[in-house]
Design a protein around this ligand. Sequence first.
Ligand code: IVH
Length: 684
Amino acid sequence: MDGDVSPGDRGAPEETEIEQLRQEIRYHNARYYELDEPEISDAEYDGLVRRLLALEAEHPELITEDSPTQRPGGAVTFSPVAHVVPMLSLDNAFDIEDLAAWGKRLERLMPEPVAFVGEPKLDGLAISLVYEKGHLVRAATRGDGVTGEDVTANVLTIRSVPRRLKLASPPGVVEIRGEVFMPLSAFADLNRRQGEAGKRLFANPRNAAAGSLRQLDPRITADRNLALYCYATGALEPDPGIATHWDLLQWLGGAGVPVNDHIERFDSLAGVHDFAAAMLGSRHDLGYEIDGAVIKVDDLTQRRRMGSTSKAPRWAIAFKFPPEEKTTVLERIFVSIGRTGRATPFASLTPVFVGGSTVARATLHNEDEVARKDVREGDTIVVRKAGDVIPEVVAPVESLRQAGAEPWRFPKDCPVCGHELVRLEGEADRYCVNLECPAQRVQRLFHFASRGAMDIEGMGEKICTQLSERGLVADVADLYSLRLETLTGLERLAEKSATNLYEAIEASKKRPLAKLLVGLGIRHVGPTAAIALAGELAHMDRIEEASVDDLVDVEGIGPIIAESIVQFFDDARNRTVIDKLRAAGLNLEGPPRPPAVESEDALPLSGLTFVLTGGLSGRTREEAGAALVALGAKIASSVSKKTSYVVAGANAGSKLAKAESLGVPILDEAALERILETGAVEPE
Ligand code: IVH
């Protein structure tokens, strides 16, 4: 992982760096929000955003409306809707002990008896439906809890959403909240159709529901068979005098709003355990995905007295199910070779539907992992989704092991080039160290052309393979001596596409230096480090010549990255590539160096490092970060002992927990606002 690029300690940069960062962030937003396939770590992403925020804080005149800092949360194409009552999240309980601890906290808050309602926790996305005088006037996504997106046209296509409430005298305004989800049958049908049309399959019903709701064309949403269950109200005026959640749900049901049937009321927490266990047992029989049970205090007056934290109500808790596990057969173990030569074993499985999608392969990480798990070809194994996303082999079912099944041995040689696979001391991975290995060449080329690097449109993996296999391109610099006729001669590349590709390669010569640095695939140099290097050292020549000492002087470059850069340029083959790139006329210059900055010690928050986590209601995290930076503070993406303060908004999770465990002072949103107003941190 790359180190932080610290904002606030550089002077005025040129617009190019800002624009480059914006493009970068937009690209990663799309990968994260639209494709659900992030390419960089959260910390790297935060680094980019922080750098942009810092530059924008220094140059407010360069802030544009379409900057990602102005519209955080990805590719927003819908109008923003401010929720009248913020849409909070839920605290989680992962086992019976957590649930009991929650019960104890409630007892302290509310000594009198408390009744509960248990509901399935639907795995979809929260929606807010505003009805005025009984008519649906707006539907919005949750967004960050404070501001959502207007998806009315799309929600209107969901059959079970009533346009009018079936109430004789409907309230002036009622905001009904619920979960939009995709039933499993609709999901299977959608993916079948996507597959037939040669389109991308959705990873799971939740992604499919989210993707279907955020369509610009409501006809597409209409075609996706989404469903909805409602479970709460936000604003409700005038108050119809409903006393309990149970009665509220009955009222909603009577108004024609879909309410789930698997809802039960309990006089004490004792019954709730059985309810959660029963939900877990029946999770696969519902026809839609649930990821837990939600337990809520029934009495609305008691709820008001218990109140909420900035993140979640105290009166409710989500009892989360453990990740779903399935058994299947591990057919073969293969090894794939990445661009750095790393050999990664992976399991090819008999396809199985688990955690909301069909899984046919799972990574086995490295040699030790395979040995530790002792999975063998032909084994029946348990598979689950790690973090509910990445398929993971949990363990073999040893009782079902076939007689004669041998422990798996890591191949000695690269499956692609036959060169020996080397495991260096202290490393968990084996590497194909043959830089000429065709698999590596293809992957290096593919990486070079990828959007995060030189962004050469039309250069997919298949083209890279052809170029490499035909001996047309041995290293990335050879791309620039390809002739149009050569490209036209490639298989499955029409003349027009060949011309486009030729032009895209030409255009990539002008990419910013940071992109080129990323494209070279230097170990540990991701976009954050690349931007720091290009910004600080300003030219490829200086980076190439820099010593470890020079490099660690660059803010955000630690010794590991520095060593790796020096090693890279020590290799004569890499220097030859750079020479060829230079000769081909690629841009090797960084953004113009900013003038020296005056001392920042004068700023009120100089020397303090803040970590922002969770959602804020008054401003976005990025805005808060920019405001703190403007006061001289640094923003870090992860909590450490060096963190001065953690600002915890709604939904704060692991960073808050880490701050608590390290004893780092925690500020709530109100305290943050006071700091921004006064420029001073109050004494604790
Ligand atoms: S109540 C203030 N009830 O879970 C709490 N939420 O992890 C309002 N969810 O954002 C939510 N099923 O999208 C509630 N029966 C249920 C739910 C439910 C699913 C979702 C909802 C919420 C998220 C929190």
